[in-house]
Design a protein around this ligand. Structure first.
Ligand code: ADP
Ligand code: MG
Ligand code: ZN
Length: 600
């Protein structure tokens, strides 16, 4: 382009100037005065003229450079030879073109270099291979982490063990025609060791480990992310058996169709679609396992979670007291602990800490000990470090005080005891006072013994009683109710309302449906389902019936717990100490609970 511009610019000059040798202006004037000029053409710098008859040297055309008319007039009087000089601006003009262009190129090159550097490639190669995956390859020897380095997440490790065995010997697993799940999604709060666990899995299986972060797929050029996904899978397939690990999947796998106004949306969608296509398209039996991690599973696109994709979810939760002690022991290996160091005691001080917080705690304690000039990290350093970190954590998440933790323990144990006593309730799988998610300070997990689609009136009553068991326990043991039951009350009220208004289960209002389920999309359009108009009297009776049901459920829960007060308090104390109680640990309480009277 530069050459072309220069060429065009110089063409006139060349034609005008170099074909005919310019004559001095004074000579031109002489010709002019002598009347020998036939015609002249005046340009801004040159004057071309045609002579009436050829001059002595045989030329009939002359060219001269212009001289300012005033000056020419002046000079002509003194019979001097004078001529105009065309300054050669070629160089200057060229520079004014070339320098900016060069600068531009330099900047471009620099950017390309920087982009390439991020991807670990050099020079212009990086620019040209923009679509190449930046997934970093950790070869076998790279992954030194093993499951022993990840503590306090035994359930997750057990679930991943199967895939590890598969990766060690993919062929043996195909023996009976079964195939491994392709995708495993690690779900859990930040800092619980998801990334670590994925690396440990590669270390355990001794296979290559490709890792890429969700946000790395999202690029400034549309289509690059998709190309990157394609490339990642090509690379992985070539080195199977191996693990592909997509960290922070939520950056990429956000549900499509939301936030359409934000930029880069199309790009993300394309990348996600490509990922889905690749996951469908490959055969798991070659020995490629795709792991992904997220702390926000609720915003993931449902298409990612369906069967054949990330259909297996592994929960990586904050560790309980015993788990915390194990994590601490792992990290204590890196420092020099004093003789009085007791991991269990530190674990007791740190409810709500995730693995990363504990790693940080050990480091912080070691720093304090160093500053103290001690030669080992002692218990005092840990207590000081805990105080320091808790202050920071309190701002980020809930860290409960001792009194609140007791209340939560009583509350959860109340749920569990009622569930274990009343007939037909789902067995309690686990109770915990480790805060989880927003709002929940503890939780009681019930595992449905079988899928059921029908619920009898009695079962619904029992379910409500279980929901109110938390509050009943609080009022029994502590003598006062708290806000901790807000969510339980919502659920219980919903059940009661449905029983009355939809299922005809309250005698006071009869077997009449007062409310229909909301029409769903693809169903009847919303406007066409009419809410039955209620008379004020009926509305009152419905409200009263709902209230009676909930109240009655509370009384039943209270009665159950009153008869089992000792189990309730013992269980709460054990829960407080251990933070989680499993099904097995709850069994003695369940057996004892079954013996007592069951209210109607
Ligand atoms: P996540 O990916 O879940 O946010 P990471 O795996 O990045 O958390 O954890 C950060 C660091 O915290 C790890 O490198 C490790 O040192 C420490 N850590 C977290 N969880 C554990 C655990 N369960 N056992 C041992 N160390 C842990
Ligand atoms: Mg992580
Ligand atoms: Zn509750």
């Amino acid at each position: 382009m530069l050459a072309l511009v220069a060429l065009f610019w110089m063409r006139d000059l060349l034609v005008a100037a170099s074909q005919i040798q310019p004559v001095p202006y004074s000579e031109f004037l002489t010709h002019l005065k002598a009347g020998r000029m036939d015609s002249v053409a005046i340009g801004s710098q040159f004057i071309q003229g045609t002579l009436k008859s050829p001059a002595a040297d045989g030329r009939s055309r002359i060219v001269t450079t212009r001289v300012a008319p005033d000056l020419a007039h002046e000079l002509a009087q003194y019979d001097v030879r004078f001529e105009g000089v065309v300054e050669n601006t070629l160089l200057r003009d060229l520079l004014s073109w070339v320098v900016p262009a060069l600068l531009l190129l330099a900047v471009w090159h620099l950017m390309a270099r920087r982009m390439a550097a991020q991807g670990g490639m050099g020079g212009l190669g990086g620019l040209l291979s923009v679509g190449k995956s930046r997934a970093r390859l950790h070869s076998e020897t790279d992954v030194q982490v093993s499951f022993d380095d990840v503590a306090g997440v035994d359930e997750a490790k057990a679930e991943l063990q199967e895939s590890v065995d598969f990766l060690k010997d993919p062929k043996a697993y195909g023996r009976l025609g079964a195939h491994m799940p392709k995708g495993i999604l690690l779900v859990g709060p930040p800092g619980t060791g998801k990334t670590l666990l994925a690396r440990a899995m590669a270390g355990e299986a001794g296979v290559p480990f490709f890792t890429i972060t969700g946000s790395e797929f999202v690029e400034m050029f549309v289509g690059v992310g998709a190309a990157r996904v394609r490339d990642l899978f090509v690379q992985a397939r070539a080195s199977a058996p191996c693990i592909i690990f997509i960290d922070e999947l939520d950056a990429l796998g956000r549900a499509r169709g939301v936030g359409a106004l934000s930029g880069g949306h199309d790009e993300k969608e394309q990348t996600l679609n490509q990922l889905l296509a690749e996951m469908d398209g490959f055969d798991a039996s070659v020995g490629v396992v795709i792991l992904a991690a997220t702390n926000r599973p609720e915003i993931l696109d449902p298409a990612l979670l369906r069967a054949g994709r990330f259909d297996r979810q592994v929960l990586v939760d904050r560790p309980d007291r015993k788990g915390r002690a194990d994590v601490l022991r792992v990290h204590l290996k890196k420092v020099r602990p004093a003789a009085d160091m007791d991991a269990d005691a530190v674990a007791a001080l740190t409810p709500g800490f995730a693995g990363a917080d504990l790693a940080n705690l050990v480091n912080e304690a070691a720093l304090l000990a160093t500053r103290r000039g001690a030669d080992a990290v002692a218990m005092v350093d840990f207590t000081a470090a805990v105080e320091r970190i808790v202050a920071g954590l309190e701002r980020r998440q809930r860290v409960l005080g001792a009194k609140e933790r007791h209340t939560v323990a009583v509350h959860e144990m109340g749920h569990a005891l009622v569930a274990m006593t009343l007939p037909g309730c789902d067995p309690v799988h686990k109770i915990s006072i480790i805060p989880r998610g927003i709002g929940a300070l503890g939780y009681t997990l019930q595992r449905p013994s079988e899928d059921h689609y029908l619920a009898s009136r009695g079962e619904l009553r029992n379910r409500m009683a279980v929901l109110l068991g938390g509050r009943a326990a609080e009022s029994l043991v502590i003598g006062e109710v708290s806000t901790g039951a807000a969510d339980d009350l919502v659920k219980a009220t919903d059940i009661a309302h449905d029983m009355v208004a939809r299922h005809g289960m309250a005698l006071e209002v009869g077997q009449v449906v007062y409310e229909r389920p909301q029409a769903r999309f693809l169903d009847v359009p919303d406007g066409m389902v009419s809410q039955r108009a209620l008379s004020e009297d009926t509305a009152h009776r419905i409200d009263a019936a709902v209230r009676t049901l909930v109240e009655e459920a509370f009384q039943r829960a209270f009665a159950v717990l009153k008869d089992r007060r000792s189990q309730l308090e013992e269980g709460a104390a054990q829960l407080l100490a251990q933070e989680t109680l499993t099904e097995a640990e709850l069994r003695p309480y369940a057996d004892a609970a079954k013996d007592g009277p069951v209210p109607d």
